[in-house]
Design a protein around this ligand. Sequence first.
Ligand SMILES: Nc1ncnc2c1ncn2[C@@H]1O[C@H](COP(=O)(O)OP(=O)(O)OP(=O)(O)O)[C@@H](O)[C@H]1O
Length: 670
Amino acid sequence: MASDDDENPFEAYRVDVDRPLGRLFREYGVPRWPWLLAGILSNFVSRAALLVPPVVLGTAIDAVFREGGASRYNLPLVPAGMLPNTQVEQFWFSVWLIVGAFVVGTAARWVWGVTMNTFAHGVMHAVRTDTYAAMQDLDMSFFDDKETGEVMSILNNDASNLETFLDDALSEVLRLVVMVLGIAGILFFYNAQLAAVTLVFVPLMGAFTLWFMRKAEPRYARVREAVGDLNTRLENGLAGIQLVKTTGTEAHETGRVRGASRELYDANMSILTLSYFYRPGMSFLAGLSFAATFLVGGLWIFQGPPGPLSGELSVGEFVIFVFMTQRFVQPLSQVSNIVDWYENAKASGKRVFGLMDVPPHVTEREDAVELADVDGHVRYDNVTFTYDGADEPVLDGVSIDAEPGETVALVGSTGAGKSTTLKLLMRLYDVDGPRPSARQTQSDDVDGPRPSASQTQSDDVDGPRPSANQTQSDAVNDGAVTVDGHDVRDVTLASLREHVGYVGQDSFLFDGTIAENVRYGRFDADRDAVERAARLAEAHEFIADLSEGYDTRVGERGVKLSGGQRQRLAIARVVLQDPPILVLDEATSDVDTETELRIQRSLDDLAADRTTFAIAHRLSTVKDADRIVVLEDGQVVERGSHDDLLAADGRYATLWNVQTGELDDPDDAY
Ligand SMILES: Nc1ncnc2c1ncn2[C@@H]1O[C@H](COP(=O)(O)OP(=O)(O)OP(=O)(O)O)[C@@H](O)[C@H]1O
């Protein structure tokens, strides 16, 4: 089954969303109340205007078109003193009333369209924007769970369901209320007994509708889930199209989409199966109401009041009943559509607010300070970190101290935790353990002098640290990453990330021009600055060779460029950012050896006066780092300079010997 609630990280928040449509009105409708009020009033007027002609016609039949009937000219809501007395006057009065009703109705219809559309689209604009902003604040762990298709479906399909509800359903509900109440009032005004016959079916229709809503509600939720799952599947298939093609798994993927689509089909059919009873059932009841009115009213005219009924019914009143019942039947048959829109919107509202309600864990504290004038002293103090849902920590008591301007290389086998370590610096995730108060974090600065770099890392300089345990004894704080003594959880996210430049393994580019991508984040940089950055990143040459140079579009995710070209643009972007701290996560993994050497040269220049963390599998690119930290299974197993680590003949020496070809099999080292 496509919907698996246990795996859906939004589900927990979704079920807690109480009365989503009420919340939609409270939070987004109330601030736009003038539009809503004008919409409701104009809708009311335009619908009420439609009731005027049949009433006038029925009255005219009894009064104007019948000899001696002038005294019967009697209209609801119009004071008797205002009514004309002669039949000619009454005729013209009727004509003007009908024309006036059409003119007013048309004008009100126009106002209603403008105001309700402005209201509905204004609300949806705000909801979409807020949902997107909330989505951006979600923790990385949400995106790790590959919920992008689900999020897209919330932003697109669910938002447009709410729009339909506000635009169409609201108008229909108003129409229903005006018509049912207005018509019921008019019918009772003319003949309460016949009105009772006409309206006796309304409670039946109401009960039938309640039955349908109760049955349909869970099925609508299932449809919304299935739409989300199908979108996720489609999005995944498109994003991975290259893998699909190269592995020849088109049939497999089509099968998976078929499965998700089938679930949507089944979910839709489960509602339609109910609708097959509900819609015709409503039409039938509405038809019965009309037939009963016609039958009882007709008999009344022919042979006097049937059965227990009593009193008089004129032909004009009968005409009013026939016309009115028809006008009344039509909105009633729309109830099924309203219910459809309502249930859909309710399910979508839960999904939209469910997303908005997910509390991000990586948040700014209220008294977060701006990180400014950064020297670039970065410390990891006994950091432990566990990914959401994982049993074991991926980092266990990691301590690293990088002095301003130093280059620290992280090496170790794949999965050792190198990238994770650096993600904690940018707060893509937060370290395990309680968040210390701002005062606590700084306590080492306040209570006593912070151990100097030479104290903390003295053994790094002198020789490789023999064990990770010893490293941990140096830790000042428990589980914190600090920049210039500030716990990263105590500073504003924007100021932190502004001071850290990141080039990752996946050099993402937005669809746009080369210049726009280099400028991303430094939007005010001029063309000269962009070009200078590109030159430094060894990217200028290939850009100049492109047909439109810096104005060449890179395609979605930069597909029109090679991996190495994308990586160089990512480096150029960081050059332009000019941050005091650099994070290079295999920044040159996608380029050939010659380009790598050239980029390495420019990265070395870039890193010269900045604190730099570099992850590289090719150890030759990091052997000149000020210090090299070797991670294995989430723990620091060695640290020191290249020469120290070689001399220590430990893990690093083995990796180095394998890479330089001195050792064929890493297992030989043990
Ligand atoms: N988003 C994630 N959610 C859960 N586990 C993750 C996530 N990212 C990484 N891991 C796990 O954490 C461990 C460390 O991953 P990390 O990417 O930090 O290693 P690495 O040393 O950078 O590896 P590589 O050299 O291959 O890039 C791995 O076991 C990985 O499976």
